[in-house]
Design a protein around this ligand. Structure first.
Ligand code: AMP
Ligand code: GLY
Length: 408
C-alpha cells in the first residue's frame, strides 16, 4: 500500500516510523515532512497528488486540513483517508459546538457561556463567582485560550478576541468557561464511527521551563502511561466520554472516524473535558506509538472501514517518555538554520524530528521552535527517563534547551 502522511512535525515523523513497520506499507510520502522523514513532497492538491501516485491511504496529522474538509474531498474521490470529516472535526474546529454537544449529551465539562457580543460577555464575567478561561471559538494554533486570574484580564481577553479580532474569524465568538483546577491528562482513542479502542493515557508538559514555569508552548515533552490514571479510570473515561461522543456523532449522521483526543482536567469532582482534538496529539503521539505492539496500518484501515472491533490492539507493558529539544528563545523568537550535531550517536532511543530541515550542503539544521522529540521506552518510567535523557545529552545545537523534569 502507498501512504501519504499530511503534516511536518514530530507527530507525523512518529506516525511514519510506526507505519514503516507494517508489512503492507510500501511507499510512504510525507507532506511537507522534515529532515527526519523520507519521500517528502509538497503537493498543491492532496487529492490530485494521491491520484497521481496511487495512494491507498492518506493519514492527516494536523487539525486545520481536517476541519477544512480534506477527508471529505478524499472520500469523494474514492481515496481512503484516516481522520474525521469536516462535520465530525467540528468537535475541535468550534469550541462553541463542542461545549453545546457536551451539554446535550451529558459529557462532563466546565460551566460556560457563548458570546459574540462584548457587553453580554462582560455581563457574564461579572455574574460569575469563579475565575474563567476565555477561548476563541475557532482554530487559533493553540493560542486562542486565555486562562485568567481576574475579571479584568478576562474582559481584556474578550476585547482582544471579539473587538480587536486578534485571531481573525476564529474569534467571531468566544466561549467563557469556569477555570478548573487539577492535573491534566490526554486521553486518545481510535474510532471507526462505531467502535472505540483506547490508547494508554498520557500527559504533556506545556510550560517552557522546569517546574511548569514560563509561557505555554506546543508541548515540551510527554509521558505514558500516567500513574494516577488506573485501568478502571480509563474504562470510565471510555464509557462516560469517548463512547457517548461516538454514539451521538453517529446518531446525528456525522460518524466520527480517526483519533478522538479528549483533554481532561482531573478535578476533585471527577474528570472534566477541557477540549476535544480531532487528531493525534503532539508530543503525545511520540510516546503512545512506541508503546503500540500492533500494526498501525491495520488499525487505521479498520477505522476507515468500520471494522475496528475485529482488530486486536496490543500495547507494551512499558513506559515511554519524550523530551522535546527546542530552539534558543522558543516559544518567543528564535533563529533557524543552526546545525544539529550528535544525531548519529543516539542509542536506545528514537529521535522524532519536528523543526528540522536540510541545508544546501545536506546537513541537518533547525527550522522551527520545537526541533526534536527524543523518545525512549523503559520497563519503568524512571528507566525510560534515563534512556531519553542520556541521549538528549548527546545531541547538540547552539541555543538548545529542554526541560529536565519531564515525567515528574
Ligand atoms: P484547550 O485548547 O481548550 O485545551 O486549552 C489549552 C489549555 O488551556 C489546556 O490544556 C489547559 O491547560 C488550559 N485550559 C483550558 N480550559 C481550561 C479550564 N476550563 N480550566 C483551566 N484550564 C483550562
Ligand atoms: N499536546 C497537545 C495537542 O496536541 O494539542
Amino acid at each position: 500500500m502507498n501512504i501519504l502522511i499530511v503534516g511536518g512535525g514530530g507527530r507525523e515523523h512518529a506516525i511514519m516510523w510506526k507505519l514503516q513497520q507494517s508489512e503492507r506499507a510500501q511507499r510512504i510520502f510525507v507532506a511537507p515532512g522534515n529532515a527526519g522523514t523520507a519521500r517528502n513532497v509538497n503537493p498543491k492538491d492532496i487529492v490530485a497528488f494521491s491520484q497521481e501516485h496511487a495512494i491507498d491511504l492518506v493519514v492527516i496529522g494536523p487539525e486545520a486540513p481536517l476541519v477544512g474538509g480534506v477527508v471529505d474531498d478524499l472520500m469523494r474521490a474514492g481515496i481512503q483517508a484516516f481522520g474525521p470529516t469536516a462535520a465530525a472535526a467540528q468537535l475541535e474546529g468550534s469550541k462553541a459546538f463542542a461545549k453545546k454537544f457536551m451539554l446535550e449529551h451529558g459529557i462532563p465539562t466546565a460551566e460556560y457561556g457563548e458570546f459574540d457580543d462584548v457587553k453580554q460577555a462582560f455581563a457574564f464575567i461579572d455574574s460569575t463567582s469563579y475565575d474563567v478561561v476565555v477561548k476563541a471559538d475557532g482554530l487559533a494554533a493553540g493560542k486562542g485560550v486565555i486562562v485568567c486570574d481576574s475579571k479584568e484580564q478576562a474582559k481584556s481577553a474578550v476585547k482582544a478576541i471579539l473587538q480587536d479580532k486578534q485571531f481573525g474569524v476564529a474569534g467571531a465568538k468566544v466561549v467563557i468557561e469556569e477555570r478548573l483546577i487539577g492535573k491534566e491528562a490526554s486521553i486518545l482513542a481510535f474510532c471507526d464511527g462505531q467502535h472505540v479502542v483506547m490508547m494508554p493515557p498520557s500527559r504533556d508538559h506545556k510550560r517552557v521551563y522546569d517546574h511548569d514555569e514560563g509561557p505555554n508552548t506546543g508541548g515540551m515533552g510527554a509521558f505514558a502511561p500516567v500513574a494516577d490514571i488506573s485501568e478502571d479510570d480509563l474504562n470510565h473515561y471510555k464509557q462516560a466520554i469517548i463512547e457517548p461522543v461516538i454514539q451521538a456523532m453517529a446518531a446525528r449522521g456525522t460518524p466520527y472516524k480517526g483519533v478522538l483526543y479528549a483533554g481532561l482536567m482531573l478535578t476533585p469532582q471527577g474528570a472534566k473535558v477541557l477540549e476535544f482534538n480531532c487528531r493525534f496529539g503532539d508530543p503525545e503521539t511520540q510516546v503512545i506509538l512506541p508503546l503500540l505492539d500492533s500494526d498501525l496500518l491495520e488499525i487505521m484501515l479498520a477505522c476507515v472501514a468500520g471494522t475496528l472491533d475485529q482488530v486486536h490492539v496490543q500495547w507494551k507493558k512499558a513506559a515511554c517518555v519524550t523530551v522535546v529539544m527546542a530552539s534558543g528563545g522558543y516559544p518567543g523568537n528564535y533563529s533557524k538554520g543552526v546545525p544539529i550535531l550528535g544525531l548519529d550517536t543516539v542509542e536506545g532511543a528514537m529521535v522524532f524530528h519536528a523543526g528540522t530541515s536540510r541545508s544546501e550542503s545536506g546537513d541537518i539544521v533547525t527550522s522551527g521552535g520545537r526541533v526534536l522529540a527524543v523518545s525512549a521506552i523503559g520497563d519503568t518510567l524512571q528507566q525510560a527517563l534515563n534512556n531519553a535523557y542520556t541521549n538528549v545529552e548527546k545531541i547538540h545545537f547552539d541555543g538548545a534547551h529542554y526541560r529536565h523534569d519531564i515525567g515528574k
